[in-house]
Design a protein around this ligand. Structure first.
Ligand code: SAH
Ligand code: AVI
Length: 719
C-alpha cells in the first residue's frame, strides 16, 4: 500500500483558507432563486450571479491566465466578468450587467467550481513567487469585498421590489453590535504615524506608513444612533440648506431625500428595509445607509464634525477598547478625501488598477460593517465611496476639536428637543414646561445652591438617612456590582453608597445635564481610582443600553433626591419598568422619596427667603432666551410655589405679571397677566403610595426606612 503523500503545512493552510473564503458567497446565494441572482437594481449594483462569476474571473485573470499556454474555462467570460481592468481588454458596461441572462446561474456555478479546481491545482504546486503569492491573497480579500457587495446589492434589489421580500430569515451578520459606552476620548495629536507598514496583508492604498500632524481632537465612543437621526429629521435636518454642503443640498433636492435610504414613515412610525425584510427603525441601533453629505450635515447640526481618517486611525490604534462598534457594525464616513498617501505605489502589474485609479472625488470610510467577513478589515483599511452614495452599510461617528469631554457637551439634538418640547408645552392651556429643562450648567449650579439652603431639607435629611442604611443595604450588593444612578447631578450622595460598598466595580451616572455629569464623573473617578466610571449623558426617560465593560455583577439602581416626584405618575411607573428591564434580573434599586408633611414646611422649601429657588425657576426662561433665541422678559415672571393637596404635590409656576407676547423660533406665544407656566411638580409620598408605585412597575419593596423630621424615606426595591 502506498503511504499517503503529505501536503506541506504552508500549502494545506492556503488550501483551507481558499476553501473557507470561497465557500462564503455560494452560501449567501444558497437560499436565493436564479431570478433574485440575475436582476440588477441600479447601475451601482451588480447581480448576485455576476459577483459569483467575477470573483472567480479575478483568479483566472490575475493568476491562472499568466501560465504560458493557459486555456480559459470559457474565453467569452474574459469580457463578461471583467469589472474595470482596462489592461485586460473588452468588458460589458457596468449598467448592463443585469442583461446577462446567459450564462445561466448553473453555468456560473460550474465556472466557479472549475476555477476552484484549477486554483486548488495551482496551490498544490506551491508557487513561491512573491508577486503571485500577493495576488492570491489579494484574490481572497477581493472575494470577501464582493461578499459584502453581494449583500449590499441584494438589499437594494429587495428594496426595489413591490413585495419588499426578506432575502434571509435573519440578517446575516459577521459581528455582534456592541452596547453604547457613552462619552468621548480625547487625543493630544501631534506628529503621529498612520498607514500600513507592518507585516501581513494590506491593500496598496493603505501604505506606506507615514507621519501626519494632528491637532488635539476628541472622538465619540459611539456611533450616531437612529434615535439621534430621527431628532435631526424632526428638527428640519433635510429642509435647512445652512446645514448642507452645496453639492449635498443639490442632492437633497434632486433626490428628494427626507431620511436615510430605505426609511419610510408608515403611519407615523419609521420603518426601514433590512436583509430580513421591512422592519421598524430601532432608535437605539446605529444609523445606516446615509451618504457622506448626510453625515456631514448631521455633524454640523450636532455642532460637531466628522473625523479625518488619520484621527480615526490614530484614536483606534491608541485606544482600541474605548470605542463601541469601531468594527463590525457600519463603515464610518470620514472628512478625508480618498487620495494617495505620500509615497503611495500601486501594486505592480495588472492589479495596479485595483485601487489607485479611483483616487478622485470619493471620500474615505473607516472600520467595517456587520456584513464585512471576519478577518477582512484592519485599522489601516480605507474603504471609499462617492459622497452621494448610500447603499453601502455606512454610518458615522462624530469628532470634535480639542478637549476631551468625558461626556458629550450636549446630546446631539438637545437644543432641538428643548425647542420642540417647550413650544409644545407653551401652546397648551394651561401652559406647561418639563422640569428636565431646568438643568443647563447654570440650572445645575442653582440646584446645588438649593440643596444647601436652610429651608430645603430633603438633601440633608436624605443624606443622613442614607448614611444610616447604606452599610446594611450595600452588604447585599454582592461581588463586582455596578451602581447605576439616574439624575446623578453632582453625585454627592453617591459617595455615601460608594464608601459603604468598596467592592463596587463600576459606577454609571446618568444625567441630562452634560456639564454637571462631566464634572461629577471626573470628581468621582479621581476620588475612587479603582472604580470604573462610565457616565451616560441623556434623558433617563429614554433609556438605551448600559455601557459595555461594567462587569457582570449585580446591577444596583440608585434614584435619590425624590426626583421620581418630578415625574407624572404614569411616567414614574414607565420609568421604573424600563429601569427594571435595563438592570436585569436580580437587580436592586434604591429609591429616595420625600414624604407628605405640613404645607408650611413644604412651601418654605420651594420658596426660600434668599430667592435661589425663584432664580432656579426663572432660569428656564434665561435658558430659552440663550439657546432658542426667545425673548422672554425674565423679570416680568414671578416665582410661585403652591401646595396642591389633591394631587399631593408641590407645584412651581412662573406667573406673567403683565400681558405680553413672547417670540420663540418665529412663533408668538401670548400671555395674559396672571397666566402661568407650570414648570414643576414635586410629588410627596406616603409609604403606601411608594409600595403601589413600585409594585405597578414590577418591583417589590424589600425595605422602607423613614428618617428624622422633616422626614424623607428610602426604599430598597428588588426584582
Ligand atoms: N440625585 C441628585 C440630583 C437631583 S437633581 C440629588 O439627589 O441631589 C435632579 C437631577 O436629575 C439633575 O441633575 C437633572 O439634570 C437630572 N434630570 C432631571 N430630569 C432628567 C431626565 N429626564 N433625564 C436625565 N436626567 C434628568
Ligand atoms: C430634583 N428635584 C427632586 C427637586 C425637587 O425638590 O423637586 C428640584 C427642586 N425644585 C425646586 N427645588 C428643588
Amino acid at each position: 500500500m502506498n503511504a499517503p503523500s503529505r501536503i506541506p503545512d504552508g500549502i494545506a493552510g492556503d488550501l483551507n483558507r481558499y476553501r473557507e473564503v470561497r465557500a462564503a458567497m455560494p452560501a449567501l446565494a444558497a437560499g436565493l432563486g436564479a431570478e433574485d441572482l440575475s436582476a440588477q437594481s441600479m447601475p451601482d449594483c451588480s447581480p448576485g450571479k455576476w459577483h459569483l462569476a467575477h470573483t472567480s474571473w479575478f483568479f483566472e485573470a490575475m493568476i491562472l491566465g499568466e501560465e504560458p499556454g493557459y486555456q480559459p474555462v470559457d474565453p467569452r467570460f474574459q469580457a463578461l466578468f471583467n469589472s474595470y481592468y482596462e489592461a485586460l481588454g473588452q468588458r460589458v458596461e457596468r449598467c448592463d450587467r443585469g442583461l446577462m441572462t446567459r450564462p445561466s446561474l448553473d453555468d456560473v456555478l460550474a465556472y466557479r467550481r472549475e476555477i476552484d479546481r484549477r486554483m486548488t491545482a495551482w496551490l498544490g504546486q506551491g508557487d513561491a513567487d512573491p508577486r503571485r503569492r500577493y495576488l492570491f491573497t489579494l484574490g481572497l480579500h477581493h472575494d470577501q469585498q464582493h461578499q459584502e457587495l453581494f449583500l449590499m446589492d441584494m438589499l437594494n434589489l429587495m428594496s426595489r421590489s413591490p413585495l419588499e421580500p426578506a432575502a434571509y430569515e435573519q440578517e446575516p451578520r459577521t459581528a455582534e453590535t456592541d452596547a453604547p459606552r457613552g462619552g468621548w476620548s480625547g487625543f493630544d495629536g501631534g506628529l503621529v504615524e498612520i498607514g500600513h507598514g507592518g507585516a501581513g496583508f494590506a491593500f496598496d492604498n493603505e501604505g506606506p506608513a507615514h507621519r501626519v500632524w494632528l491637532e488635539p481632537y476628541a472622538l465619540a465612543h459611539d456611533l450616531v444612533a437612529n434615535g439621534d437621526w430621527i431628532t435631526f429629521i424632526e428638527d428640519g435636518g433635510y429642509a435647512r440648506p445652512e446645514l448642507w454642503l452645496a453639492d449635498g443640498w443639490a442632492a437633497v433636492k434632486a433626490e428628494r431625500w427626507t431620511a436615510p435610504l430605505y426609511w419610510r414613515a408608515d403611519d407615523g412610525r419609521w420603518t426601514t428595509m433590512s436583509l430580513a425584510g421591512r422592519v421598524d427603525v430601532d432608535p437605539a441601533a446605529p444609523v445606516r445607509h446615509v451618504s457622506f453629505y448626510e453625515a456631514d450635515a448631521y455633524a454640523r447640526w450636532a455642532g460637531k464634525r466628522l473625523p479625518t481618517e488619520a484621527e480615526w486611525e490614530h484614536a483606534v490604534r491608541c485606544r482600541p477598547d474605548a470605542f463601541s462598534n469601531a468594527f463590525g457594525e457600519v463603515w464610518q464616513w470620514t472628512a478625508s478625501a480618498y487620495a494617495p498617501y505620500a509615497g503611495f505605489r500601486p501594486t505592480e502589474g495588472t492589479a495596479s488598477e485595483y485601487n489607485g485609479k479611483f483616487m478622485a472625488n470619493q471620500m474615505v470610510l473607516r472600520g467595517s460593517s456587520f456584513a464585512t467577513p471576519r478577518g477582512h478589515a484592519r485599522v489601516s483599511y480605507r474603504n471609499f465611496f462617492y459622497p452621494h452614495q448610500r447603499w453601502a452599510f455606512m454610518g458615522l461617528r462624530l469628532a470634535d476639536d480639542a478637549s476631551a469631554p468625558l461626556t458629550r457637551d450636549a446630546e446631539p439634538g438637545e437644543t432641538a428637543r428643548f425647542r420642540r418640547d417647550l413650544i409644545a408645552g407653551l401652546s397648551k392651556s394651561p401652559k406647561v414646561a418639563s422640569p428636565k429643562w431646568f438643568y443647563d450648567a447654570e440650572g445645575s449650579r442653582l440646584f446645588e445652591e438649593i440643596t444647601r439652603l436652610p429651608e430645603y431639607y430633603p438633601t440633608r435629611q436624605e443624606a443622613a438617612l442614607l448614611r444610616r442604611v447604606a452599610p446594611e443595604w450595600a452588604a447585599r450588593f454582592g461581588p463586582e456590582a455596578a451602581l447605576i444612578e439616574f439624575g446623578s447631578g453632582a453625585s454627592e450622595k453617591t459617595r455615601i453608597v460608594l464608601d459603604a460598598a468598596p467592592d463596587l466595580a463600576a459606577y454609571v451616572p446618568i444625567d441630562i445635564s452634560a456639564d454637571a455629569l462631566d464634572a461629577a464623573a471626573r470628581r468621582i473617578a479621581d476620588a475612587y481610582p479603582a472604580l470604573k466610571v462610565a457616565p451616560l449623558v441623556g434623558d433617563f426617560l429614554h433609556l438605551g443600553a448600559l455601557p459595555a465593560g461594567i462587569g457582570h455583577g449585580r446591577r444596583v439602581g440608585f434614584f435619590p433626591g425624590s426626583t421620581i416626584g418630578n415625574l407624572e405618575p404614569d411616567e414614574a411607573v414607565a420609568f421604573l419598568k424600563a429601569a427594571r428591564a435595563l438592570l436585569g434580573d436580580d437587580a436592586l434599586f434604591i429609591l429616595g422619596v420625600d414624604l407628605v408633611k405640613a404645607p408650611e414646611t413644604l412651601i418654605a422649601a420651594y420658596d426660600d427667603a434668599a430667592g435661589v429657588t425663584a432664580a432656579f425657576n426663572r432660569n428656564l426662561l434665561v435658558r430659552a432666551n440663550r439657546e432658542l433665541g426667545a425673548d422672554f422678559d425674565v423679570d416680568a415672571f414671578a416665582h410661585r410655589a403652591v401646595w396642591n393637596p389633591s394631587d399631593s404635590r408641590m407645584e412651581m409656576h412662573l406667573e406673567a405679571t403683565r400681558d405680553m407676547a413672547v417670540g420663540i423660533d418665529g412663533r408668538t406665544i401670548r400671555f395674559a397677566r396672571g397666566e402661568t407656566i407650570h414648570t414643576e411638580n414635586s410629588r410627596k409620598f406616603t409609604e403606601d403610595a411608594v409600595r403601589r408605585l413600585a409594585e405597578a412597575a414590577g418591583w417589590s419593596v424589600d425595605a422602607f426606612e423613614t428618617g428624622e423630621a422633616p422626614a424623607v424615606a428610602l426604599a430598597l426595591l428588588k426584582t
